[in-house]
Design a binder for this molecule. Sequence first.
Ligand SMILES: Nc1ncnc2c1ncn2[C@@H]1O[C@H](COP(=O)(O)OP(=O)(O)O)[C@@H](O)[C@H]1O
Ligand SMILES: [Mg+2]
Length: 222
Amino acid sequence: MLRVEGLGKDVASGDGMLTILHEIDLAVRSGEAVAVVGASGSGKSTLLGLMAGLDLPTRGRVLLAGQDLAALDEDGRAALRGRELGFVFQSFHLLPALSALENVMLPLELLGAGNGDDPRGVAEAMLARVGLANRLDHYPKHLSGGEQQRVALARAFAVRPRLLLADEPTGNLDAATGRQVIDLMFEMNAEQGTTLILVTHDESLASRCGRAIRLAAGRLQA
Ligand SMILES: Nc1ncnc2c1ncn2[C@@H]1O[C@H](COP(=O)(O)OP(=O)(O)O)[C@@H](O)[C@H]1O
Ligand SMILES: [Mg+2]
């Protein structure tokens, strides 16, 4: 599903370059659930962004569903993401000017014709699945954090992505709400047979994944 080869990232910092990821190699098979754990600042979000082609590496390459991301232009990467990937972020990343329903419809509309389904009907069903059938017309600012993250889950799973990337999805939620969101994420993941890469610094959450890879100061730990 995903292969990362010799991946590295440098960023400009003050008077020189700073290496924030060193020579990362890993492969994730279709259907696997993999946790990426490491302290804050260890490079987890950077790695996730590179895996998604949201950012480009300084060295090495990412193959997503067999496609070398660097061989695609920006539009090509966006199209591949739209077809294959779902995202869930710590800070929800809903569009504030769109209702819950419109937020979930958006990726379906971007996919356009070809998937055969009516975006509104699919989005309504997904919001019902996450327990928000009575919040369709609510705007993000009128939803609690847990509700916003459930909308984000509905949006991520609406396109039936092959790969779900989640970056500390419970980081902004209280413990009880976080557990509900995570349970829902694993349930939907199982229902759809999605490959999952979950960034977390919560070891108990990581232990729910099939395996964990560990980052420290931008390096993969053995
Ligand atoms: N664009 C950037 N420019 C400079 N430093 C960055 C940039 N992006 C990330 N970093 C630094 O790289 C390190 C890894 O960041 P990040 O991937 O966000 O870590 P994590 O998600 O594990 O907390 C941090 O020290 C961060 O400050
Ligand atoms: Mg991060």
